[in-house]
Each structure stands twice: as structure tokens, then as C-alpha cells.
Design a protein. Structure first.
Length: 498
């Protein structure tokens, strides 16, 4: 059922078994898991079916660290959430992403890939993806009569990403939720605060308000925050009546470890002198078993371990250069350059290589409440995104390795500002719009906000899900992984309530 909450009376009480806050990728995927069950589910969604500027303004906030995308514009606050403009690139985390890497502080998940795998597979159709098969790039290349790059697998490898149509959750699942008998989506419903018992160990109700409309409450046995990587911690910090520092924040971790991919687009321009190689496996999207896919480059586990790097990936795009890229000379001091073909700018086809890199978890990057208020009088967020010298060295080495590989394969020469000025970040580096880490998962409340089942430590009926619980983020995009984690949480709640 879809309910316009502006039609409710002031002081109304909604009662449910589960209250899910937010109807984006996570909230909708979870709601669908309960559709048709004997559980009464209330989904609180801030927006309506279309974007409106006043609701969207509730996302506004400030950057107090390195500025990236405006907070009020990169996330979308309406039914379907940010999937209203996501790009749809998908690839699951792998075993390596979950492991403790002794060269990366705060790395390691409390769960293993095996615990997520069945849910990753179940996430594929929800996201409009093909078979759950990310290992067959070679096989698809053969079917397409294309080749993978002849990479030195001790350095870089080719792997597959899948491409969602991209599924817009707000339109794709609207009808199913409209027809649901046991799931009610309350539109225009902003959860302002979660109210607890005196010891802040149990949520008793959520306070909800509509813009220019009624204020009402939700009472539920279990509450799930599914409002995205920035808003999850905001609601927890705003819920401070019984816990002055915010819910689940006894160790000051809510909002800390804010993490996002570091993007350099392009990281390299390669002027291709070697003719005859068809890059379309990488630069175009291809139909495959029931879905669509393309190839990317990443570091082998062996190289990542040997060189103590974080994870990174490269996307290859064929382009015509839009500026006067200086070619040549870049490799002059790099071993392997001799193998690169000489080229003239006139002769070459250019390829832009975009890099996304995993950052190092850092407690000093954070989101927190600011002094500014939104139109409900609630404190806005400020974001302190920082990048470190260690990350800059990591990015430099990743780009160098990519350049060396293209040189070794004899494809041409690369221009990369970071190779010329390793002590500086290039002007075109930014963040990935993947807001992660702010309520990280751990086995101990001293090092995390939620446990392995996404339950907030010390609060017996509050769960948080989405990218905010990721302790580390690998090189890949978050959405398939956060949908899978949410399906896992749905199963956990079914077990708990059975
Ligand atoms: C431009 C762009 C491109 C992207 N491309 C990709 C990609 O290619 N691949 C990929 O994996 N990921 C991509 N992402 C990230 C992807 O969009 C997110 O991972 C995904 O949407 C997160 O889902 P979510 O449900 O956690 O949050 P959202 O989708 O943001 O949903 C949160 C929901 O909570 C609601 N809400 C917020 N606060 C409240 C409140 N107080 N009360 C009630 N409701 C509330 C919002 O209205 C919204 O509906 C991209 C993101 C952007 C911005």
C-alpha cells in the first residue's frame, strides 16, 4: 500500500512489526522481502513519488574538509532514493575485501564473503542483472570474438562488471508495493528522531513529520535505518534524548570513518600506437546471459599484497582528446618505457583510463551535526572528507603500474599528471558518491557501531543497513553489496521474529 501521510491526523500512531526508514535501494529491497508475509511492515519515506525541492533541501549540508559534490544534490530524497540517478555498475566484493590486511589499519570485516554470497546471487534479479557469474570474462570475450588484454597477471588482471539497466527502484517496484497487503509505504514521512527507553537500549517509537502536514509516530518491534551512508548516522546523532551523544555512540564512532572511493577521471590518457587491438570488451557494454557486462582492469591479489596497496580499478574509454595532452616523455625515467612504441599525436587513437581507488579507513574523516538547521529545525550535516599522503602514494603507484603495463604491452604512451607530479593530487580527483563507513560493522562496540547482523550495539531493536556499515569498501561499487547485506538482514529479522 502507498499512503500519502499528509492525509493522516496529527498525533496518529502507526503500529508495525518492522519499521524501515527510507525507501531507496535498501529500504525497497527489504520491504519486498517481507511482501506477502504475516509481518506488518511500515516503510517511512521522506519524499513522494516525484522529487520536490523542499524535501530535497532536507539533504543540504556543508563540506568542512575537501569539497566534493554538494550534499543536497548527489543523494536523492524521494521514493526510490538515489537509484533515481545511479549509473548501475555492479560487481560484488570478493574474499580479499573482507580480509584483515595487516598493512591497512582498521581493515577486515567480521563476516566472510561466504555469508554474503547467497544474498549477492539473490540481488542479481532485483538489480536487473544477468547470471550470478563474474568469473567468465574470457568466455564472454570468446563469444563476442573479442580479446582480453595480454596483461601480466602478476600486476593487473581483467575482470567483469555487470551493468544494471539501471534499475530505478522507485518505478520498478512501485506497483508491487502499491498492491502489497502487509507492507505500507508512508510517503512524505520524515523520521526526525528515534525515541528510546531511559537507558537508550530499546527504541519505543519513531517521531515522524510531514512538511506542512501532521506529526505522527510509529511504534514497531524492530526498526531498520535504510537512509543511506550519510543520513543513517545523522538520524542516530539526532536521536539524543536518552543518549546525549546519540544512539549507539558510546564510543564516539557514529559518523566517523566516513569513506568514499577516490576517483581520478581520467587518471591516464593513453595515445595508442599499436593498431589492431579491439578494446570494445572494455569500452562498450555487451549483452550476456540475461544481462549486460563489460571488462575493467584491477590489481591481482598477489600484487596488492606484495606492494601493500589498497584496491583499485581502471575503466577504459575510447575518446578523442578534448585538450592538448602532452604525449611522450612521461616514461623517460620508468623502467619498461623502452618497450613502448614511439608515436605521433596525429597517428594515435586516445583512450581515457579512469581510476577508482579504495581509501584507507580513517577515523578523522567523518560526518557530524552542524549548527545549521533544516526546515524542521533539525541540525544539518557537515562532512569532513580528507585524503592522506599514504593514499596519494597508493594512487601514484596504481597509475604507474597501469602506465607500465600499457608500455610493456606496447600499446602506446601515457600521459598522467600524477606521474609528472607525484607529490600532488591531480586537479581532476574527486570522490565516488559512495558514502560508506559511518556506522561500521565490527565484532566489538569499541571498533564499530553495528554487529555482524547489522544490529546497533547496546540497542536491542535497532538495525542499520546500507553502505554505512561497510568497514572497508574495496574498489567496486557499493549497491549490489548493500542490497545483498539488506536481504541478509531481512532473513535475520525473519528468524528473530519467527
Ligand atoms: C550519481 C550517482 C551514481 C551512482 N552510480 C552507482 C553505480 O554505478 N553503482 C553503484 O553500485 N552505486 C552507484 N551509486 C550509489 C547508489 O546510488 C547507492 O549505493 C544506493 O542508492 C544506496 O541505496 P540506499 O537505499 O542505501 O540509499 P538511497 O538510495 O539514497 O535511499 C535512501 C532513502 O532514504 C530516504 N530518507 C532519507 N532520510 C530520511 C528520513 N529522515 N526519513 C525517511 N526517509 C528518509 C530518502 O528519501 C531515500 O529514499 C551512485 C550514486 C550517485 C549519486
Amino acid at each position: 500500500m502507498l499512503i500519502d501521510a499528509r492525509t493522516l491526523v496529527n498525533g496518529h500512531t502507526v503500529e508495525a512489526d518492522i519499521c524501515i526508514v527510507g525507501a531507496g535501494a535498501v529500504g525497497i529491497a527489504m520491504a519486498l522481502e517481507f511482501n506477502g508475509s504475516n509481518k506488518k511492515v511500515a516503510v517511512m519515506e521522506s519524499g513522494g513519488l516525484d522529487l520536490d525541492s523542499r524535501t530535497q533541501s532536507l539533504y543540504e549540508g556543508d563540506h568542512v574538509g575537501r569539497p566534493t559534490y554538494p550534499l543536497g544534490r548527489n543523494r536523492l530524497r524521494y521514493f526510490g532514493g538515489t537509484t533515481g540517478h545511479w549509473a548501475g555498475h555492479c560487481r560484488p566484493f570478493d574474499q580479499f575485501d573482507f580480509s584483515v590486511r595487516d598493512w591497512i589499519p582498521h581493515s577486515g570485516w567480521p563476516i566472510k564473503i561466504e555469508e554474503l554470497e547467497p544474498y549477492l546471487e539473490r540481488s542479481q534479479p532485483i538489480l536487473g542483472l544477468g547470471d550470478y557469474d563474474y568469473s567468465s570474462l574470457e568466455q564472454y570475450a570468446k563469444q563476442l570474438k573479442l580479446e582480453t588484454l595480454p596483461l601480466d597477471s602478476g600486476r593487473l588482471i581483467s575482470v567483469m562488471k555487470q551493468q544494471s539497466p539501471p534499475t530505478r527502484f522507485g518505478t520498478a517496484y512501485r506497483q508491487a508495493l502499491k498492491e502489497s497487503k502487509n507492507v505500507s509505504v508512508y510517503l512524505y514521512s520524515n523520521v526526525l528522531e528515534l525515541i528510546t527507553n531511559e537507558s537508550a537500549s530499546h527504541i519505543t517509537r519513531a517521531e515522524v513529520a510531514c512538511i506542512d502536514g501532521p506529526k505522527y509516530e510509529v511504534k514497531a518491534k524492530n526498526f531498520v535505518l535504510a537512509t543511506g551512508g550519510m543520513e543513517n548516522p545523522r538520524i542516530m546523532l539526532l536521536s539524543n534524548k536518552s543518549a546525549p551523544d546519540g544512539l549507539g555512540n558510546s564510543h564516539g564512532l557514529v559518523g566517523r570513518f566516513y569513506t568514499d572511493h577516490i576517483l581520478i577521471r581520467p587518471a591516464l590518457d593513453i595515445s595508442l600506437s599499436r593498431k589492431g587491438f579491439d578494446f570494445r570488451l572494455y569500452s562498450k557494454i555487451h549483452r550476456m546471459n540475461g544481462g549486460r557486462m563489460f571488462g575493467i582492469l584491477t590489481a591481482s591479489d598477489e600484487l596488492t599484497r606484495r606492494e601493500k596497496l589498497t584496491r583499485f580499478r581502471f575503466h577504459l574509454y575510447n575518446i578523442t582528446p578534448s585538450y592538448d595532452a602532452p604525449v611522450g616523455g612521461v616514461f623517460s625515467s620508468i623502467d619498461g618505457a623502452r618497450e613502448a612504441q614511439p608515436l605521433t599525436k596525429e597517428g594515435g587513437t586516445y583512450m581515457a583510463v579512469h581510476m577508482a581507488m579504495e581509501p584507507i579507513p580513517n577515523p578523522d574523516t567523518f560526518v557530524r551535526l552542524s549548527a545549521k538547521r533544516d526546515l524542521f529545525g533539525q541540525r544539518q550535516l557537515e562532512v569532513n572528507w580528507q585524503v592522506t599522503d599514504a593514499e596519494r602514494s597508493n594512487a601514484h603507484r596504481a597509475i604507474e603500474l597501469c602506465a607500465l603495463e600499457f608500455a610493456r604491452m606496447g600499446f602506446g604512451r601515457a600521459y598522467a599528471p600524477m606521474l609528472e607530479k607525484p607529490d600532488e593530487w591531480p586537479a581532476n580527483f574527486t570522490s565516488g558518491k559512495h558514502h560508506c563507513g559511518t556506522t561500521r560493522m565490527s565484532d566489538s562496540p569499541k571498533t564499530g557501531v553495528v554487529d555482524r547482523n547489522c544490529k546497533v550495539f547496546d540497542v536491542d531493536n535497532l538495525y542499520v543497513t546500507g553502505s554505512s556499515v561497510f568497514p572497508t569498501i574495496g574498489h567496486t561499487n557499493p549497491t549490489i553489496n548493500l542490497v545483498a547485506l539488506s536481504l541478509r538482514l531481512a532473513d535475520h529479522l525473519k528468524g528473530k521474529m519467527a
